[in-house]
Design a protein around this ligand. Structure first.
Ligand SMILES: *Cc1c(COP(=O)(O)O)cnc(C)c1O
Length: 408
């Protein structure tokens, strides 16, 4: 029988990223397996934010737009995200939320597709992706169509303008073959927009290698940008000349400080800026992105796979009654494992009470996320052994674990 605790200790001792845990402020006794929902706080962020507020804002005041290079932050951080997703530095910009960037890029894609209005996605996609299509449908600009993931390729017919998919599914962790789906969409004359929210910083992504058209991604998950951190948007260089997005705010103007009456879009992805960038939030995001870019995507991916493989094997052996709904092949899943249980919510709460933080996704999924920069194999083992204990003792049945907060 495997001694899982000893195996975890062995893997931690051999982990080339082990020292990076101290790049984050996380209690020593905390097993934080929810970095796929809100990334941990980088140790350098509080001082950097204080510096931006006290020095750059407090003393530099308005001159900091130039002297502290605030004005370049959206492009500067975008260029640092680029190598994590197989993009060129000038193809990525940081702005707004994922939801707003979806609106901009779905609209831009529809504008490029004369005579086609259908945006194809899958049922059960992350809600905001579907809701943003709905909003455009109400404006009579889009027509929403959903096909189960196994049927997407056959649903790509000649009225589909855009295929909008989330690369790694938030609930199951299943990962699409980006190159294959992109090619299938292109063969049908459709464009493709990938939501990389659960991918960036954790799984291999090669947007240009796949020949994709557009992408968006989240700043507060594996990029550790902090709650509500700005998101990013990517547009393949070949589309820059034709890019036309409807949120034509002044920061996306070619010459914002000319204060012209008429809108002339800035070249390339700069046009995706809308209003004034949130400098304090962006400065926090930059610290998180610097950390991930410094470690490098190959090392992050390698550790992510090791963590989830260890946890999958340990769970299957120790808690066999908990079915794993994530793909078995680590190449086909993101940096998470999801388990189905009728009382997943209560199990999750009982785990949290024991300082093992995973999360619950309605109606019946317990999700464990593996942020490779700071999660230890010992954390994964603790999750498994505490689950065993919570199920054996029936502790999850305590009434307090059934109480639900506004955010679950
Ligand atoms: C987290 C997440 C988002 C977040 O969208 P916001 O508008 O930035 O809150 C979007 N899409 C997916 C797939 C996500 O996982």
């Amino acid at each position: 029988m495997t001694d899982w605790q000893a195996e975890a200790a062995r893997l931690d001792a051999a982990d080339p990223l082990a020292a990076h845990r101290s790049d984050f402020i996380i209690d020593e006794d905390l097993a934080y397996l929810d970095g796929n929902s809100l990334g941990a706080l980088p140790s350098a962020t509080p001082d950097r934010v204080a510096e931006v507020v006290r020095d750059e804002w407090g003393e530099g005041l308005i001159s900091s737009w130039n002297t502290a290079n605030w004005i370049d932050l959206p492009q500067r951080i975008g260029a640092k995200i680029a190598p994590l997703v197989g993009a060129q530095p000038h193809e990525v910009v940081v702005a707004d939320s994922v939801s707003v960037n979806l609106f901009k890029l779905i609209s831009a894609a529809l504008a490029m597709q004369q005579g086609r209005k259908v945006v194809l996605s899958e049922p059960g996609n992350f809600p905001t992706d579907l809701y943003m299509i709905d909003g455009l449908e109400k404006q009579r600009l889009a027509e929403r169509r959903l096909a189960d993931r196994a049927d997407i390729e056959s649903a790509l017919n000649d009225d589909v303008a855009l295929l909008l998919l989330t690369h790694v599914h938030y609930k199951t962790g299943a990962m699409f073959d980006m190159a294959r789906l992109t090619k299938a969409a292109h063969d049908a004359g459709a464009l493709v927009l990938w939501d990389l929210s659960h991918s960036v910083g954790a799984v291999p992504v090669d947007l240009n290698g796949a020949g994709a058209d557009f992408a968006v991604g989240c700043g507060y998950k594996y990029l550790n940008g902090g709650p509500g951190a700005p998101a990013f948007a990517w547009v393949a260089e070949r589309h820059h000349a034709d890019l036309q997005q409807p949120l034509s705010g002044w920061m996306g103007h070619a010459k914002p400080f000319k204060f012209a009456d008429d809108y002339t879009p800035a070249p390339g992805v700069d046009q995706l800026l809308c209003g004034t960038p949130p400098i304090v939030s962006m400065s926090a995001l930059e610290v998180g992105v610097d950390l991930m870019a410094g470690i490098g995507i190959e090392a992050l991916v390698a550790k992510s796979r090791q963590l989830s493989e260890f946890t999958r094997a340990a769970t299957a052996a120790v808690v066999p009654e908990l079915p794993c709904i994530s793909p078995e092949d680590p190449e086909r899943r993101g940096s998470q494992l999801s388990f189905r249980h009728e009382h997943a919510y209560e199990l999750c709460q009982a785990l949290i009470a024991r300082r093992v933080v995973g999360d619950f996704r309605a109606p019946d999924v317990l999700r464990l996320g593996f942020a490779p920069a700071y999660v230890r194999f010992a954390d994964c083992w603790r999750a498994v052994s505490e689950l065993r204990d919570i199920l054996d003792s029936g502790e999850w049945r305590k009434a307090k674990y059934a109480e639900r907060g506004q955010v679950t």
